[in-house]
Design a protein around this ligand. Structure first.
Ligand code: DAH
Length: 338
């Protein structure tokens, strides 16, 4: 006759075998091996057995407990594997995935990059300066007197401490010359700020590439050559360029740059794209004074400078009708340049 423990074991193994899922398997485990389970109950009953019987039943209890535990574990493992393969069976690996959104460079960034590439080929190095500037870098050092309209509060964003958001990138000319003696050949791409009435062609923040070349015997011819090369690289070899006399405090002579091309508005219109000129001796003198030397002796060195309106150039190149589109972050607009 078999021992009741063997009977329990056989019952348990049968129930484990017929458990349909992990949940009913766990119910079997609780029924036999749980704290009040029928196999566990034999642990307490051991105390009541006599010394001859106890080791035999004890050994049997261990065997039964191990056999049932192993059978449960094995069956549970089957359920886990089954669950996994069921989950995978529901996945159609031939379905297209969910595409992740891909970012791209802002059209103004693309424009600045293209501009920088062209000037690098002409040997210009990159320079930069802060957007928040002293009025000395923005005006005084650039031969711009206190009564000049650019210094008016209506035209310029001033901070409480007297500094200001630079109204042009020409500030970097001064910083570059303070930092190093001539010869110097740098460009400075960056933002500039004015209290403009915002409309389709004016924005309170806009972007420029400033250029400065100082060496011996630099002439207007060098300036024209550099800007002509730049415009033709950008807009095509049939681009016409015009230099018209103008006034800037920090250059003499001063010129405005206009371009016209078949590709632009049917080629009918001259479009203003830059200011430029030969660096004014007063600018060299201001730099010398700040440096405490005569490194930029106006008798020895000459230079040209220019400031390109990059928002304007990007609008022409990409045929963008409204400058406000650059800052509105409308994905329908931005995605066209991805
Ligand atoms: N700073 C001028 C502006 O923002 C543009 C400019 C004109 C820059 C002549 C220059 C220059 O370097 O030589 O309107």
């Amino acid at each position: 006759m078999s021992h009741p423990l063997e009977q329990l074991r056989d019952d348990a193994l049968r129930e484990i075998e017929s458990a349909r899922d992990a949940q009913s398997l766990d119910a079997v485990r609780v029924r036999y091996l749980g704290r009040n389970g029928s196999i566990s109950a034999w642990g307490d009953r051991m105390k009541t057995l006599g010394p001859e019987e106890r080791p035999i039943v004890g050994k049997l209890l261990n065997e039964v407990r191990n056999a049932v535990t192993a059978a449960i574990e094995e069956r549970a493992e089957k359920f886990r594997a089954q669950k996994e393969s069921d989950a995978l069976a529901n996945i159609d690996i031939s379905l297209p995935g969910t595409p992740s959104e891909r970012g791209s460079l802002h059209p103004l960034t693309q424009m600045l990059d293209r501009g920088i590439q062209i000037f690098r080929r002409m040997g210009f190095a990159l320079a930069d300066g802060p957007d928040i500037e002293t009025d000395w870098h923005c005006f005084d050092a650039l031969n711009t007197p206190p009564e000049h309209p650019a210094r008016n509060e209506q035209d310029t964003f001033y901070l409480a401490d007297g500094r200001l958001l630079r109204t042009h990138t020409s500030t970097v000319q001064i910083r570059a010359m303070q930092a190093a003696p001539p010869p110097i050949r740098v460009i400075a791409p960056g933002a500039a700020y004015r209290r403009d009435e915002v409309d389709a062609t004016h924005s309170a923040q806009f972007h420029q590439i400033e250029g400065l070349y100082v060496d011996e015997n630099v002439s207007v011819a060098d300036l024209k050559g550099a800007l002509e090369f730049f415009m033709r690289e950008l807009f095509g070899s049939d681009t016409a360029i015009q230099f018209r006399p103008h006034y800037f405090p920090f250059t003499e002579p001063s010129l405005e740059v206009y371009i016209r091309s078949k590709a632009l508005k049917g080629g009918e219109q001259w479009i203003e794209v830059a200011g430029c000129g030969m660096v004014h001796p007063a600018v060299f003198e201001a730099v010398n004074k700040a440096r405490g030397d005569n490194a930029y002796d106006p008798e020895k060195w000459s230079g040209y400078a220019f400031g390109l309106g990059m928002d304007r150039l990007a609008m022409i190149l990409f045929e963008i009708p409204d400058i406000r589109l650059f800052s509105q972050n409308d994905l329908r607009f931005l995605k066209q340049f991805a």
